[in-house]
Design a binder for this molecule. Structure first.
Ligand code: MN
Length: 488
C-alpha cells in the first residue's frame, strides 16, 4: 500500500492586510514554525502554503489544491481575523477534504506582557469563529479540531483525519474488477454502482471468468514455484496436496497480473460462477488481501471497495484489516460471542500465531477441494464496517467490537476464524446491526477506528450509523427514522 507520507495536506493560514507588514511577517513565521513542529508527528505530509490575505489568493490556492493529485486535503487556521466573505468563492469550489484547526500559536496568555500588539496577532479565538461561520453557512463537510497544536491529542486527531481523507482520495482512482455478478437472489450485496462512483469515486467494472482462465494459461511454472517457495517460508503448509496449493498460486498470479495491467485495486468473485476454474479462489484471495487488495465474495463489490479503502487508510498502523462474515453464534448466556469466518477468504493480516495452508473439501460450489489459509484471529479492539445501499443513498454502518482469542479449539473447522463480542453487549449490538440493515459481510479492522470512518462518511457525503458503547436501541431507531427524512 501507499505510504501515507505520499499524500500532502496543505496548511493554509488565513489573515488580511489590515494589520501591516510586521504582523503578517509574524503570522507567516509562526505558521512555518507550527508546520515544521507538527510535520514529523502526523500521518500525512504537512505542507505550508503561506498566508492568504485576499479573495484572489484564497481562490487561487484552493483551485490548485483541487487539481494537484498529491494534495489529499487542506488544513485551515486563522492566526488573525480573516473576513470570511473573502473565502466564499474559494470554499464553494473546494473538492478536497478540509480540516479546520482551531488552535492558537501561544499556549498561555502572557499576563505580565500582554498588550494590544499581542491581541492583534493572536486572534484565533474570534478569527476561527468567523471562519467557522462560513463553513456552516456553506454547509461544508469539514473536520474541526480544537486544542493546542503541539498536544498529542490534537496531533492524533489531525493524523486520524488525514487517514480518512486518504481513504476518500484513494477511492477517486479505485477500480474494482468483478469476475462474476451478484450471488443469485441475494439482496444486500446488490447496489447502485453509478451512485457509488458519484459518492466514492469507485469505478466498478468486470472481466469475464474466461479472461482470468486465459491469463492463468499464460502463468509460467517457474513463477508458480517462486511463490510456492515464498509460501513455504511464510506459512506452515500442512497438506500433501501440493498441486491444489499450486493451483491457487496460479490463480493468484493471474489475478495479480490482471490487476497490475488494468490498475484494479479490488477483486470480486462468486462461488456460483466459476466456469473454467477447478477451485474457488481461496488462498489466492487471502494472499491478495494480505498484499493490500480489496476483496468481496459472492459479487459483493461494496465490501471489496471498502476493504481497499480501509487498507489505504491504515498504511503504517499495526492491526490488520480483512473481509469478514458473521458466521455462527455462541449463545452461552452472558458470554455470547460471534464466530466470524468465511468459506475461505479471511486475510492473514489479522492472524494471531501460526498460519497453516491446508486443502479441505468446501461442501458448496461443486468444484475441487480448495487450498486455504487457516488461523485464529487476534484479540483486541476492532470495528466491523458494512456499506449498504438504501435506495437513493448509501449507509455506512460501523460497530465497535471486542475480539477475543477463540475460546476453544475447533480442530474440524477448516477455515480461519475470529471471535468477538459487539458493544455495548451482544443483544444490543446484534439488534442494532439488524435494525440498521447491516450486511452479513463486513470489513473487520483492528487499525481503523469508528471515528475515522465517521469522518470518511462525512467527506463522502453519506449516511453514517455507529454502534458502540453508548448505543441504545430506542435512540438508534429514532435516528434511523430521522435519517430517512434527512436523506430523502
Ligand atoms: Mn459470504
Amino acid at each position: 500500500m501507499k505510504d501515507l507520507k505520499q499524500y500532502e495536506f496543505w496548511f493554509i493560514t488565513g489573515s488580511q492586510h489590515l494589520y501591516g507588514e510586521e504582523t503578517l511577517r509574524r503570522v507567516a513565521e509562526d505558521s512555518r514554525a507550527m508546520v515544521k513542529a507538527m510535520g514529523g508527528r502526523v500521518s500525512g505530509t504537512l505542507v505550508y502554503k503561506g498566508v492568504v490575505k485576499t479573495p484572489d489568493e484564497i481562490t487561487a490556492i484552493i483551485k490548485e489544491a483541487n487539481y494537484r493529485d498529491e494534495c489529499a486535503g487542506i488544513i485551515t487556521w486563522m492566526h488573525t481575523f480573516s473576513p470570511s466573505k473573502m473565502w466564499i468563492n474559494g470554499l464553494k469550489i473546494l473538492h478536497k477534504p478540509m480540516l479546520h484547526l482551531h488552535t492558537q500559536f501561544n499556549r498561555e496568555i502572557p499576563f505580565g506582557e500582554i498588550d494590544m500588539d499581542f491581541m492583534n496577532l493572536n486572534q484565533s479565538a474570534h478569527g476561527d469563529r468567523e471562519h467557522g461561520f462560513i463553513g456552516a453557512r456553506l454547509r461544508l463537510p469539514r473536520k474541526v479540531v480544537v486544542g493546542y497544536w503541539d498536544d498529542a491529542k490534537v496531533l492524533g486527531e489531525v493524523s486520524d483525519w488525514m487517514r480518512s481523507a486518504v481513504g476518500f482520495i484513494a477511492g477517486q482512482s479505485l477500480k474494482v474488477v468483478r469476475f462474476a455478478d451478484n450471488m443469485r437472489e441475494v439482496a444486500v450485496t446488490e447496489g447502485d454502482k453509478v451512485e457509488a462512483q458519484i459518492k466514492f469515486g469507485w469505478a466498478i467494472n468486470s472481466l469475464s471468468m474466461g479472461d482470468l482462465v486465459q491469463e492463468m494459461d499464460g502463468v509460467g511454472e517457474s513463477d508458480i514455484e517462486a511463490v510456492f517457495e515464498e509460501c513455504k517460508q511464510k506459512y506452515d503448509i500442512v497438506t500433501a496436496n501440493v498441486d491444489a496449493v499450486k493451483y491457487q498460486i496460479k490463480i493468484e498470479i493471474a489475478m495479480r497480473n490482471l490487476c497490475e495491467k488494468n490498475g484494479f485495486g479490488a477483486v470480486v468473485t462468486n462461488f456460483e460462477n466459476l466456469c473454467g476454474l477447478e477451485q474457488l479462489p481461496g488462498l489466492a484471495i487471502q494472499r491478495l488481501m494480505e498484499a493490500g487488495y480489496g476483496f468481496g465474495a459472492e459479487g459483493d463489490w461494496k465490501t471489496a471497495a471498502l476493504l481497499r479503502v480501509m487498507k489505504s487508510m491504515e498504511a503504517g498502523l499495526p492491526g490488520g484489516t480483512s473481509f469478514m462474515e458473521d458466521y455462527t453464534y455462541h449463545l452461552a448466556e452472558g458470554k455470547e460471542l460471534i464466530l466470524g469466518a468465511h468459506m475461505l477468504e479471511v486475510d492473514p493480516s489479522i492472524a494471531d500465531g501460526t498460519v497453516k495452508i491446508d486443502v479441505q473439501p468446501l461442501g458448496i460450489g461443486g468444484k475441487g477441494d480448495p487450498a486455504r489459509m487457516i488461523f485464529d484471529g487476534k484479540e483486541g479492539d476492532a470495528i466491523c464496517a458494512s456499506l449498504i445501499d438504501m435506495g437513493g443513498r448509501m449507509r455506512l454502518i460501523v460497530a465497535d467490537v471486542k475480539a477475543v482469542k477463540p475460546i476453544r479449539d475447533m480442530p474440524k473447522l477448516p477455515v480461519a476464524r475470529v471471535m468477538w463480542s459487539p458493544l455495548p453487549d451482544f443483544e444490543t449490538g446484534a439488534k442494532a446491526w439488524i435494525y440498521a440493515g447491516g450486511a452479513h459481510h463486513a470489513v473487520m479492522s483492528y487499525s481503523i477506528t469508528a471515528d475515522m470512518m465517521r469522518d470518511y462518511a462525512e467527506i463522502a457525503g453519506i449516511e453514517y450509523v455507529h454502534i458502540g458503547a453508548e448505543t441504545r436501541i430506542e435512540d438508534l431507531k429514532r435516528d434511523l427514522i430521522l435519517s430517512d427524512l434527512l436523506w430523502k
